[in-house]
Design a protein. Structure first.
Length: 90
């Protein structure tokens, strides 16, 4: 099954990693959104991200590069606010 996905560039091997949408609903988020949320909500990873520039974060994973750096900058700022609010509720 993995070989078929690899040969067809489907599934995890898809070249189309996003449909251009970052977040549309709780049940419909991009891989980039999920990854960035997971990194910021984790104390260890969050600390490391805060030491990086936005360009370094953007270049760190191809799911982020599906978006322009300008768009990703806004998404990152919003994600920092979101995860900070969530951490304060805990």
């Amino acid at each position: 099954r993995l070989l078929i996905h690899f040969q067809n560039t489907t599934g995890d091997f898809s070249t189309d990693m996003t449909d251009g949408k970052w977040y549309t609903s709780v049940n419909n988020v991009s891989k980039g959104y999920s990854l960035l949320f997971s990194l910021y909500i984790d104390p260890t990873h969050s600390k490391r991200l805060k030491e990086m520039t936005i360009e370094q974060i953007w270049k760190s994973d191809r799911v982020f590069q599906c978006y322009t750096l300008e768009d990703f900058t806004g998404y990152n700022t919003n994600m920092i606010d979101l995860t900070n609010r969530r951490k304060n509720l805990a």
